[in-house]
Design a protein. Structure first.
Length: 238
């Protein structure tokens, strides 16, 4: 296996975040083959002995990728100091306790739908970094009936906080007396971007569900349930 930065190895082993690993390295608490490590050092986990406070790093856990249908009211975090329900609370105890398992990206507490969880930091990067440009698809219910011109403004990308936005794919689905449903396809995901954009256009969101992340479809997975994704479903292999 090629040598990797120590902070990446420590995070992959489920010990801590990469930032915390950098702090531990700077504090002189990490050694490679007996020598005190420095920031920027690399190691091969198959050939080198990496220690934190004299204890060898645990072996790299087998990668896991889960698809969860998150209900509204559940937080996309591993722990909430206020005791509110989190996505890990929806998993069996033995799975939720798996080292390093965390949500990839976010859905705000009021939104629901497809969410990925993994223990693999490299996979998290491939799924969440903008340079990989994974599309996300949403079904959104809006108050009122936005005009064609309104939807065209949204399609072009409505600036938020003075920053331009990428174009958005929008397909009308259906409408009722007081609301309408749209399918949105996006390549970016700023904080509450859909809700903020819809409010700025005068049509607040009534319901928001993410139905796909790249090639991974939510499908018929019941709300609050999860499933393992087979290797061929992973984005780098799909």
């Amino acid at each position: 296996m090629p040598a990797e930065r120590l902070q990446k190895l420590m995070a992959a082993a489920g010990l801590c975040s990469r930032r915390r690993a950098e702090e531990l390295i700077s504090a002189g608490r990490v050694r490679v083959n007996g020598a005190v490590a420095q920031l920027g050092d690399r190691a091969d986990p198959d050939a080198d002995r990496v220690e934190l406070d004299g204890q060898a790093l645990p072996s790299r856990p087998a990668p896991i990728l889960l698809l969860l249908n998150k209900p509204a009211g559940v937080l996309c975090t591993c722990h909430d100091p206020q005791g509110r329900p989190t996505v890990l609370d929806l998993l069996p105890r033995e799975l939720a306790a798996h080292a390093g398992l965390h949500p990839v990206g976010r859905l705000d507490a009021d939104s629901r739908g497809a969410l990925l969880l993994t223990n693999d930091g490299a996979l998290t990067l491939r799924l969440s970094h903008p340079r990989f440009a994974h599309t996300k698809t949403y079904r959104v219910q809006l108050a009122g009936q936005p005009s064609r011109a309104c939807l065209q403004r949204w399609r072009r990308g409505l600036p938020l906080d003075g920053q331009p936005a990428l174009p958005v794919g929008i397909e009308p689905l259906r409408h009722s007396a007081g609301s309408c449903w749209l399918e949105l396809t996006m390549r970016e995901g700023r904080n509450r971007q859909i809700r903020r954009t819809a409010s700025a256009l005068g049509h607040p969101v009534l319901d928001l569900q993410r139905v796909a992340i790249g090639p991974i479809q939510l499908g018929t997975l019941p709300e609050g349930q999860w499933r393992h994704l087979a290797g061929q479903e992973w984005p780098d292999q799909a």
